[in-house]
Design a protein around this ligand. Sequence first.
Ligand code: CMC
Length: 445
Amino acid sequence: MTEESQSTGNGRGTTAAGAESLSVTDNRTGQSYEVEIEDGTVRAMDFRQIKVDEDDFGLMTYDPGYSNTASCRSAITYIDGEKGILEHRGIPIEQLCEHSSYLEVAYLLNYGRLPTEDELNRWTYEITHHTYVHENIKNFMNGFRHDANPMGMLQASVGALSTFYPEAQDIDDEYQRHVAAVRLIAKMPTLAAFAYRHSLGLPYVYPDNDLSYAGNFLSMLFKMAEPKYEPDPRLEKALDVLFILHADHEQNCSAAAVRVVGSSRVDPFSAIAAGCAGLYGPLHGGANVAVLRMLQRIGTTDNVPDFLEGVKQGDERLMGFGHRVYKNYDPRARIIRSHVDEVLEATNKESPLLDIAIELEKRALDDDYFTSRKLYPNVDFYSGLIYEALGIPTDAFTVMFAIPRTSGWMAQWMEMMDDPELKIARPRQIYTGPRDADYVPIDER
Ligand code: CMC
């Protein structure tokens, strides 16, 4: 930023050096400044030069919830929230769901391009052969109460993995980064399935290397006494598509948590455990649980109008609706919706909750309260119905989100590690508390 007493622009809003710029006048001092605009963005640190006098700290920007602050440059995921577009490395999500597989998408996110056939085979082999966890992790899982929330178990055990792989602390080593990504993507379904079986008091099922990533996960969840679990290909495909849809979503709460924690140069297992914690919350990955509970509470389609009235009065929130970025139909919700019927057919189930969800969507999209606020179904609106049909307990839904999101978190972490502008995350605050207060001895309070 340059300080100026008059505009130095060339008439097209550019600096003398030709860069696009913003002119700011500080009405406290009458001083004008020229701030460079790059990629539609101004640098917050440029405003620090704006001071009333030499002792002034300088101007800060205030942005609770980071609604309008870009925290990094990223080439992983592109979202156009107004148009409802989602692309990974430039490829539309619709094409990935139709032609790709979750493991291929995980490679794409982490390594920046689609793999060749050899690369994909090697990657799949590596992931498949890292699915086992140390037996002590199993013992660690056994320590949880029988009714422990599976997501709580998952985040704790992912954090615990960092103690099993101390070499992962060598975060500048390319190989260590790669093998940590492989381990995390490979072991997440194992940990998730162990957490699920623990909650039911069932013995843990070890990974089956003959099965696909999704097929093996179904086996670890549902295999009983049969010598070999044969996954239904329709469920395997639907689960793989769900995994693709949840793989990454740029700088959301959990990805931001991974980057913030990772910026301290902690190992990736610990950074991903922070991502799990972020995802756990009901406004983020926990929303799929909240949606199902909401549908159960509504009970029948007849109760939908009253429920929506409660939402409009501010007594309720329509879970699975609305998004910080999408101001249009979430493209992931559209794809998930198209798989619900197929899963119900494969599992031979009827879902009265689906009728309630359809009625809610129809009425909400016909109501000015929702349309004027651009509230549309998001990824969580229909995903819970598929998980329910698969026989996943409601408490374990967020774990189903965490499994695929691991590839996105790792991609965000890897990209951050190579960012020349990386600094430890350390936001500022506006202090509102007292100053110069004196300590009061306890017997005088
Ligand atoms: N039901 C009713 N009203 C809503 C909803 C909702 N689901 N979402 C937003 N609004 C209203 C909100 O009350 C506000 O109204 P007003 O302007 O009158 O105060 C307006 O819409 C703007 O909402 P906001 O809370 O300022 O928006 P945000 O960007 O801070 O919140 C959100 C985004 C996703 C947290 C929010 O839409 C929400 O709570 N949705 C329900 C939870 C949910 O489905 N979360 C999953 C998100 S997608 C998956 C993921 O990323 O994890």
